[in-house]
Write a protein that binds this ligand. Structure first.
Ligand SMILES: *Cc1c(COP(=O)(O)O)cnc(C)c1O
Length: 514
């Protein structure tokens, strides 16, 4: 709390003279909810607790609980104001590469709020939730058709969770053949979750270099194969925004040593409706419903990462799953074959996300989904073409759904990728993804998605080009001060990550103030 800068200072440093309150129009200098709280104030009128025999014994709390006392309007204003300090997909272009921040259609929201879906309880008897099971089954069908894969597990709650699901199925399949094996081959350009998943499942991560074209080095990949390789995890389209042209050769190679091919399908948005991973030799692939099928990225809340499986891995997929029973739809909660690797989470998956994703699929239709991937790739290439003379593309040629630049256009300017990203905030944009993928120096990864209009892309291109020109013109000092127009300026991000203050402690605050 000690190094929390005062708003007046921040305001004075940025835009014109400081105000009396430290507020800048509607940008209020928001106190913590604990600072606003007052003992005894409350938003509800709770009846006096009747006298009763305390059965907590020594466990009874000794001190007050320390929750802030606030009225309802105070709470509403506080959280509304906080929400307005955040950038959101509903406010502007959100070019965060690798994350596919696309518009969330309101039709999805309408569907998910229908009482028959919104008021379900996961423990209701199966006979009372036939419609919900049919919805899950229909979603599963669409995912299988779109990927050309025969089975799908819907319970994983995020992309990374889906990866874990896939790797545990691979492990179970290897164990069934007699040996879990030791290594998983992971390209250097992989998303960070890939090696993390392999390691979490008890495997040794063996990195495979990228070649000069930003794709997996096939020769290096083949040289690493051996009888102790359980499988590989390859992202396609990869994190450089490029299609792995040699994917079938890589799939055949891993299969030749009895390994399985896990494809990270987070970038499915670039190929949906055009390419079926099942045709490429993939054994397991997760799909981020929150990327490809427009469900919200829940701010750490409910995501959904269904995993499709090949025939070889399908028997090892986790429970539960929906089947067509005699009297209607049924839910398989216990595996009779003994092959399923188990259960990944409580209940059946993120039902709200299933509804939204299916609403999205059905409102687009198969032809509309094909259009989505076409426009996503077109928009990314429009960005690439618009920026390539002022910025430096990391690789030659066209890209898939995201445009990747390195920082050589900033050489000699003293401006870093981080400075550049901070300057984008002042221009009204969420910064692009920076310093990722690691195989590209000072990477700037931009993904417009298909939902941006041409005007919006033109305005974005003009802003980014303008910043590049400003950097090259020697305005290093400007960039070092960015952002100027945010509630807080540059924070010590390392300290915040290493030493987070997550609890309000009045004593410490008092000490700091003295
Ligand atoms: C987003 C992403 C993931 C992880 O997905 P989460 O849903 O965030 O867990 C994995 N791989 C790639 C390539 C991604 O873009």
């Amino acid at each position: 709390m000690a190094d929390r800068p005062s708003g007046t200072v921040a305001a004075a440093a940025s835009s014109g003279p400081g105000t009396i309150s430290g507020n800048r129009g509607l940008m209020l200098e928001e106190p913590l909810i604990f600072e606003q709280g007052m003992a005894g104030r409350t938003a509800v009128d709770v009846p006096e607790v009747p006298k009763h025999q305390d059965r907590l014994g020594g466990l009874k709390r000794q001190n007050p609980i320390g929750l802030p006392g606030l009225s309802e309007p105070q709470v509403v204003r506080h959280y509304t104001r906080l929400s307005q300090k955040n950038y959101a997909i509903d406010m502007g272009v959100y070019p965060l590469g690798s994350c596919t921040m696309k518009h969330n259609p309101r039709l999805n929201e309408k569907a998910v709020r229908m009482p028959g879906l919104a008021d379900l309880h996961p423990m209701q008897p199966v006979s009372t939730v036939q419609g919900a099971l049919e919805l899950i089954d229909t979603l599963a069908h669409w995912l299988k058709v779109l990927t050309g894969m025969p089975a799908v597990a819907l319970s994983p709650a995020a992309g990374a969770h889906g990866e874990l699901c896939g790797i545990l199925a691979i492990r179970a399949a290897q164990v069934a053949k007699g040996d879990a094996r030791k290594r998983i081959l992971v390209p250097e350009s992989a998303h960070g979750t890939n090696p993390a998943t392999a390691a979490a499942a008890g495997y040794e991560v063996d990195p495979v270099p990228a070649d000069a074209r930003g794709r997996v080095d096939v020769a290096a990949f083949k040289a690493k194969l051996g009888p102790d390789v359980a499988g590989t995890m390859i992202t396609n389209p990869n994190t450089c925004g490029l299609f792995e042209n040699d994917i079938q050769e890589l799939a055949a190679a891993i299969h030749s040593v009895g390994g399985y091919f896990y494809c990270d399908g987070a970038n499915f948005n670039a190929i949906v409706g055009r390419v079926r991973p099942g045709d490429l030799g993939v054994d397991a692939m997760h799909i981020n419903l929150h990327k490809t099928f427009s469900t919200p990225h829940g701010g750490g809340g409910p995501g959904a990462g269904p995993v499709v499986f090949s025939d070889a891995l399908a028997p090892y997929a986790p429970v539960p799953y929906v089947v067509h029973g005699k009297g209607g739809f049924d839910l398989v909660e216990h595996d009779e074959t003994g092959k399923a690797f188990g259960r990944l989470k409580g209940f059946h998956g993120q039902m709200g996300m299933f509804v939204r994703a299916l609403a999205y699929m059905m409102s687009h239709g198969a032809d509309g989904l094909r259009h989505v991937s076409g426009d996503a790739v077109l928009n990314a290439n429009y960005l690439l073409a618009g920026l390539k003379d002022e910025l430096t593309p990391a690789f030659e040629g066209t890209c898939m759904h995201e445009a990747l630049f390195n920082d050589s256009f900033l050489d000699g300017t003293g401006v870093t990728t981080l400075d550049f990203a901070k300057a984008m905030i002042d221009e009204g944009y969420h910064p692009m993804t920076m310093y990722f993928p690691l195989v590209v120096h000072g990477a700037l990864l931009m993904e417009p998605t298909e939902t941006e209009s041409r005007d919006a892309l033109d305005r974005y291109i003009e802003s980014v080009k303008g910043l590049a020109k400003r950097a090259k013109a020697g305005d290093k000092a400007y960039f070092e001060g960015c952002p100027y127009h945010t509630p807080r300026r540059r924070l010590d991000e390392t300290l915040a990550a290493r030493s987070p203050h997550l609890r309000w402690k009045p004593e410490e605050a008092k000490k700091a103030a003295e």
